[in-house]
Design a protein around this ligand. Sequence first.
Ligand SMILES: [Zn+2]
Length: 199
Amino acid sequence: MFSLSRVEFRTSAIEGRGVFATRRIEPGELVVAYAPKQRRLPADSDEAMEASATKQTLLSEGRFVIVPDTSVPGGWLCNHSCAPNAALHSDGEGRVVATRSIAPGEEVTIFYGWVSEGEPERDPCLCGAPTCRGFINFDLSPSDIDSIEIVDGGLATVDDALRERLASYAAFLRSIGQEQVQDAITAVVVRAKRRALAG
Ligand SMILES: [Zn+2]
């Protein structure tokens, strides 16, 4: 069996171990499977909630949480960048696909799209891109969440400053081809409101 691998796993200047191209990878091309060895848990199980706290999980099709077996390297090792060259697709078993041309030796990066609640400085970003946002996470404070309404599946607010911040983040996400992160923001708002209702 010859190897079809387009990547290798080694120490990254960004953080820990990273994923690096071993040959040119074209936009739209599969880079690496998210987790060649993985467990799937129902998204609403306690075990899935616990695993999500480690951040090294992937919600697939809204129903499963994929937990990588970290003894086997895979796309789960991709570092975050504010100017990523790949995107994580969460359907099926999860995979990393190039969004632009990646040169041999270049680190493969994705956009994590984490959304935090009331912890604006939770995840400092070390990506080094000129357009770095400073933090990986996009934060919504409890009062932000209070003032947001879900209208036709989208976010609406009467708070002008917040509306401006959401719009500029949406524009940024569009500019790097990561519109799917919008769904993560909506999901966090929906979950927070549900939690508030449950008291
Ligand atoms: Zn950054």
